[in-house]
Design a protein around this ligand. Sequence first.
Ligand code: 26V
Length: 756
Amino acid sequence: MTSLEAYTKTRFRKKVSDCSDREIYDVLFNMVKEKSHNLPTNDHDQQKKLYYFSAEFLIGKLLSNNLLNLGIHKQTRDELIANGKDLMAIESYENEPSLGNGGLGRLAACLLDSMTKLGINADGIGLNYHFGLFRQKFINNQQVSLPDQWLEGQSWLNAGELRFDVPFKDFTLKSTLYEIDILGYQQNTRNRLRLFDLDSVESDIIKENSIDFDKTDIKRNLTLFLYPDDSTHEGRLLRVYQQYFMVSNGAQLIIHEAKQKGSNLHDLMDYALIHINDTHPAFVIPELMRLLMIEGVDFSESINIVTQIVAFTNHTILTEALETWPMSDLDQVIPEIAQIIRQLHNYICQKYPASPSTWIIDDYDQVHMAHLALHFGYSVNGVAQLHTDILKNTTLSDFYEIYPNKFHNITNGITFRRWLMDINQSLASFLDVKIGTDWKDTADLSNFLAYKDEARTRNKLRAIKFLNKVKLKRYLMEIMDITIDEHSIMDVQIKRIHEYKRQQLNALWVIHKYLEIKAGNIPATPITVLFGGKAAPAYTIAQDIIHLILTLSQLIRLDDEVSPHLKVVMIENYNVTSASYLIPAADISEQISLASKEASGTGNMKLMVNGALTLGTSDGANVEIADLVGSENIYLFGKHSQDVIELYNKNAYHAEDYYQKENIRPLVDFIVSHGMMYFGNAERLERLHHELIHKDYFMTLLDLEDYIKVKEQMLSDYEDFESWYSKTIVNISKSGFFSSDRTVADYNREIWKLNH
Ligand code: 26V
């Protein structure tokens, strides 16, 4: 009897071949969960632990991933195939935990995977949101946001044993703890993602089929939703409740575990490190001080301890995303913490009287969370070289002057287990044949470069890409009932919808192409432009951009002259699961943010490993991709970050000047043409049109001409398959640098210095 069959026989008294996919999911889930939980934690034999605090962990589905990490993926898949079953179909029964918004949350998940792979003793600390990021539906070419019930059915959560009291101004709440086992590739140990929750949370306070709920009923709503809407004051206060609840539990957990291992708290730095993923967990600084002072440590020693324990990653330079809180809000929710922050502010004012720009509380009585982390953490890092340079020279230059040694660059990475081995098994197996299997351990794909000019290798890559396009076609048929042409070139832009990421630039290119086809210039190969991404419900312009894309998509679909050659698809509810189908099928990776604005990007890395070529600006990690592959293997366009920064400083960009140009104006005006107005919503289209001409804060029109030129070059180069797939081979073989194992090794060498 085979291994899986032993389980199906016990559980359902059936052979594998007689079980439904649902039953097999059930058996596999229980088997993997048990095997994982039986592994010893890294904590067993390592004194010091890293606690990775993050408001988001976008872990995605876990079944295949855990099978891979346990080393039984291939064996299981083969057994299923022998019984006429398909693992991907079986995994469709798993709900995806969408406990994150985008890049920051997904990075946290990749880093946990790699920490465990490298045997580092590290737990993730976060919140167990009952509803993850909203589910996105399109109705009338607009985004509608629905609740995401990820906790229904089986979940990977285990009940933890610890409970802590968290004191707010008017009441104290007792937490409960859930834990998800995190496995490392071929490691026989585990770490944990520890998610705090409240027993009293109630989903019946949600207004029917919406993401709206009573924001004031903290006992019942605290962990109900990921990042509730912060467009209202109650919504913002709820975020303070959430953040403090997370860090107070985390800090109490740290003290509890350190004491159990024999710490007297004066030596806490020998037992714990805290890494904060952006500033959302930065209240851990005053909270840990508060707890240490209760235990008898004095104020200045508590500063000393905390400053040796906390390290901080910055993920953005957008001013609107750099967190500040009015002190009055903190007085209302967590007055003791507010008091400690005032003391820390006074301490900094005395220490650095000549640098008021670095003080904790500003003239408007707002606390700057990043300033707290910079003064009272021992390390700050950016997430790509360009981003770190901008932090040092511009955004945080006053801090860089005081603390040059605190600054590090740690370029982001992605786990190859999920983003290559799991989602693109055909490519992974082909790499095994060509360069052996060591890459699975080392992520070193450099030997693949030797095949750059080999016709058979290029043809095989082309065949794999085609197979992945067919898989994507089937998936889109299933989830959205739409059909795409598997013979078309797949042009993919998948990421949150934000003006700085410039989906509107891509949409303007679509308009250009539509008009070209109308004028009789038919592309050699049909083009499918795929968009995926959610927009914050309160972010009007982002909603307008979605509306533009969906309306364009409809207009083109219904135009018989154009539709055979150009198709625009916006994937509904883009998430980790749909990314797993889109990425292996992509030919063109759109990374077109305004230079200086995208801290790193990680989708760019996932697409590169899967053999797409980058069409991008010199921004974030695109710069490092270009350095690795050379200018002939990447399509860069647009103004450089220094020029952009200068335009901002001198207030010298005026969209109107570009709008006047004869090849730009018709494209922009098309947004409000009769055809668009016929299918679309006039208010949304007119607002976006007006925005592009009169404001265009992220300089779309500045780069439009160059974008069109370079994208056309790229499409024409695609027709030469030999040279296209040579470029693909170069990209794949240079992508090892973007393994998150390298990222974690860098963190450990430069910042954590844990020897294990
Ligand atoms: C800010 C806010 C403010 C309003 C409420 C919701 C919310 C949620 C998250 C954030 C911070 C976003 C920061 C972020 O996700 N940055 C991304 O981090 C990636 C991983 O380092 C990086 O690749 C992306 O370039 C960067 O945009």
